[in-house]
Design a protein around this ligand. Structure first.
Ligand code: NAD
Length: 280
């Protein structure tokens, strides 16, 4: 059964506070935490993108296969989404995670599937923030002529509208500075694999396996590394806390392993928990 955040059970608050006192907290976030900042999740109509006369879902757009067929359409979609992300501001859910990091220091680790960069903009530190699906502000060579990752030019395509095509200037600025081939977004596509170098795969698994608390916020649990993290944390006996608007694989894992499913919005539930604790 899901718990409502206003009625946080005493056993949960006691256990959470005592584990926080000495243990490792690993937080796993998904698109849900940024939904309250106005960034759409991948579900629903706002996730679709039109190329030519056809509507594509994110699972089709965010692929190497689509980029190979039509790099301009894929870049137009990413520049549009980058504009949405850059106009968004961190919300109380993001800020509560900054408070937790400030209080826990090295006992805090944040693993995010979000590419919007809002955790870093809110104040979480880059070394303790693993962006396991990349960052929409960054690019690298599509042909991997080297491994360099760079920040996209500041104003590039930030006012891109839905359905708009790249301009000649934008096309020219989306090139690899070394080989002049196409640049690509520094994001993990659906037909690619995680690695350590770009996406912190090993570090995320290690963090989950040594966590005393795994706090999962706003993810549907549809991707592989987050699910593996949940299994590692559960096997190691961690307290699993899932915050989501609806039931999902993590809420079931939490409940099956003695943890808790807190049904509600990230930006209300986590500040609500913190207001009941005595963080230093
Ligand atoms: P998802 O879109 O599949 O699912 C979002 C989840 O968040 C759902 O379970 C939903 O019930 C929950 N949710 C929505 N609003 C919420 C709220 N206010 N509070 C609590 N829960 C809420 O997203 P996902 O599971 O994170 O991952 C799918 C992929 O989407 C990832 O690869 C991610 O990189 C990408 N993505 C990222 C962004 C972003 O960077 N902000 C946005 C859209 C998609």
């Amino acid at each position: 059964m899901a718990e409502q955040s206003k009625a946080l059970p005493a056993w949960f608050l006691d256990r959470f506070e005592s584990l926080l006192g000495a243990g490792q907290l690993v937080v796993l976030t998904g698109a849900g935490i940024s939904a309250e900042s106005g960034i759409p999740t991948f579900r629903g109509k706002q996730g679709y993108w039109v190329v030519g006369s056809r509507e594509y879902q994110p699972q089709e757009m965010a692929t190497r296969a689509m980029f190979t067929r039509n790099p301009e359409a894929v870049w137009a979609w990413y520049l549009y989404r980058r504009g949405v992300c850059r106009r968004a501001e961190p919300n109380p859910g993001h800020r509560a995670l900054v408070e937790l990091e400030q209080s826990l220091g090295d006992r805090f680790c944040l693993v995010t599937q979000n590419v919007d960069g809002l955790h870093i903009r809110a104040g979480n530190s880059p070394p303790r923030t693993y962006q396991i699906h990349g960052n929409i502000d960054h690019a690298r060579c599509a042909e991997a002529c080297d491994r360099h990752v760079w920040r996209l030019p500041e104003g590039l395509g930030l006012d891109m509208k839905r359905g708009q095509a790249l301009t000649a200037d934008e096309r020219g600025r989306l090139r690899c500075p070394r080989c002049n081939g196409w640049a690509r977004p520094q994001v993990l596509w659906f037909d690619e694999y995680y690695d350590e170098e770009y996406y912190r795969f090993d570090s995320s698994i290690r963090a989950a396996a040594s966590a005393q608390i795994l706090l999962v916020m706003g993810t549907s649990g549809a991707t592989n590394l987050p699910l593996q993290m949940g299994q590692h944390a559960a096997s190691a006996g961690a307290l699993i806390v899932d915050v989501n608007l609806e039931a999902n694989p993590f809420s079931r894992l939490a409940q099956a392993s003695g943890g808790i499913f807190l049904q509600g919005q990230c930006g209300e539930v986590l500040p609500g928990i913190l207001s009941r604790l005595h963080l230093t």
